[in-house]
Design a protein around this ligand. Sequence first.
Ligand SMILES: Nc1ncnc2c1ncn2[C@@H]1O[C@H](COP(=O)(O)OP(=O)(O)OP(=O)(O)O)[C@@H](O)[C@H]1O
Length: 769
Amino acid sequence: MAGRQDELAHEQEVVDELYARLDVLRERARGRLRDVRREGPSGSPQNRSERDAFATLYEDRAAQLDAVEDRLAFGRLDLDPEPNADSGGEAGEAAVRYVGRIGLTDDDQRSMLTDWRAPAAEAFYRATSLQPAGVRRRRHLVTSGRRVTGLEDELLDLDHADDEGTLAASSLSGEGALLAALATRRTGRMSDIVATIQAEQDRVIRSDLAGALVVQGGPGTGKTAVALHRAAYLLYAHRRLLDRSGVLLVGPSRSFLRYIDQVLPSLGETGVVSTTLGELLPGLTATAIEDGEATEIKGRLLWADVIRRAVRARERVPERDLRVRLDGHDLVIRRRDVRDAIARARRTHKPHNEARGGFVRDMLARLAEQYQTAEGRDLTPEDRAVVLEDLRGLRDVRVALNLAWFPISPKKLVDDLLSRPHRLAEAAPELTDAERAAVLRAPWAPWTESDVPLLDEAAELLGDDDAVARAEERALAAERAEALAHARSVLASGAAAGSMIQIDAETLAERFASSGPRLTTAERAASDRAWAYGHVVVDEAQELSPMAWRMLARRVPTRSMTIVGDVAQTSSHAGARSWSAALTPVLRDGWRLEELTVSYRTPAAVADAAQRVAKAASLPASPLTAAREVPGAIVDARVPDGGTRAAVADAVGSLAREFVGADGAGRVAVIAAADAVAGLRTAVEAALPDALGAGEAARLAAQRPEDQQVTVLAPREVKGLEYDAVVLVEPADVAAGAGGWSDLYVAMTRPTQRLVVVHERALPPGFEG
Ligand SMILES: Nc1ncnc2c1ncn2[C@@H]1O[C@H](COP(=O)(O)OP(=O)(O)OP(=O)(O)O)[C@@H](O)[C@H]1O
């Protein structure tokens, strides 16, 4: 083992050097930040804004360097040497390349550590003994803090194998490191997988930016992990484009977003806008619940036409001509004039509220013509202006023109549509009476998630007509142009040289622009409904309705998207059972499909049982192979009638003793049909003091809902999440709930270690092998 110890010692030296370099860079960034701050708020506004811009740059850099502390370096590639011309083409010593969270170079710009996203790191994830891609040996460095605690070698090139290495026989790369990662206690926060990304995942992560990439895969195949790593990869590979246009990440719930919110920062990326569909529109949070039928109906694409008709209904020719009086003259708002003016305003193709100004001006001009005729003389331009103002001020005119072209907000339009039967009947003739009744609601009822795409559609057709905002935008654009010119001159002068930070003139200009609070791309994007993102990532994408797809597609004009999900896990009535049916109407043929097939979460016995249940229920489940076996992973606990609560409390007590540590790691969930949750929660809370002791029970009881290590939830609340152990209560009831068999499939596939099934009734088909 001496060889092994020497190797460890050697790798420790390398890792020490890498951390030392990291410390130097951190200190440099902080030092520069201190210098910039020390200069204080003096000087011209230009100087101040320049200083602020550099301060932000150094702050970002320092934060990025801080975030990569954990497992800074995790891999080493020993590569075939380049043939050496001096030695007559003879191959020399193997070249060594270290792979880590970020790229590091020494002061002479020699590479010390290769960023995992760089092309030079690809072989670390992809090379196999069949296709070694120039790799002789792949080494995983196992570290704890800054200490190297283990090495795992895979020899890919048999010609250069020696006694020390292990031949890469498994289809899993870095199997030891991977299995160790999979067996660790869950913390309630997802962690990154950079050190153990598998080849099929890497192909997805590094796939082209263009077009929409759909990643279908069974539960636990790493879809979420892959989507997040792909976002980090794209931000690295297309930094110029995406830094400015931004990346939007859409997840199924706030609790899910919280679960994943540390992954991107740990990869050095913070500029992504993450949101749920219910929060996608600035200033609105749609959390009300409605029944599945209403969700399904509101999700249909026909609402694009319905909303368009509802907007058109606010552009209306009056039933009869209307007489108004000005300065003793009778003037007539004629139906035919209104019809002409409406047609003209529509031809501008502007949104309704923005086109309204043109319509009003047109009508006033026609009335002014009548006034001139009545006066019997040509009006001077000054007179005409006065007449127009007077006409505009007449109440009857205002009312009539409003009725003909009604200014209306998206919320009011959709609210009217859904709460007034005659409006809905007029705008949605393609719905049956029963369907219209199903979506009807009280005026100003709280918004649901399925209202959001309707509101967005309405906002798109109505526009903002915010003249002030437009004027401000124009002023800002002028200022940006000026800042850009200045930034170019700063860069040309070399003031940013030596800052260690690659920056282009446009980015620097944005930081220099001095008006208003300085917002990041993400902040600006999040507050702008019409922002055009450079890339959109959608997780649990199977839940989205056709209308939701239409709304998202609008946010990314290039249609560059990463869409991950599993059509066997769909619980929304408006969700997808087939990607083609969901996406083709909106994306046409602009999407491609990849599949992930290895489950990293669930033990083999659990994955197999879930697959059997899915098959028996005819769910469109993808093939699934589990990465590992865990002995005793399924426990079947059949209990006598009325025995469920006691049995669940019992099971939770012993699982909590086994899996929940006082150090914050370890999680146990009870998953039951929605209507059983409250009762079970009471039973579990009551049982924990006896099972764990008063102190431990009090610690657990004091945890915030989102941090709870022992929790009782309905299937819908655990979507995308995972636990060390799960107590699944009465599977037949779960399958009979709103989300049907998909909910049972989701519930079964949450545990990383053990699934305890408590049931009084028979297990559903397929459950038992
Ligand atoms: N290559 C890997 N190395 C280490 N852990 C991995 C790897 N791939 C996936 N995992 C882990 O497997 C678990 C499941 O991953 P993830 O949640 O991304 O799966 P999913 O396909 O999104 O599941 P679901 O369909 O249930 O939402 C996570 O704990 C993740 O960290």
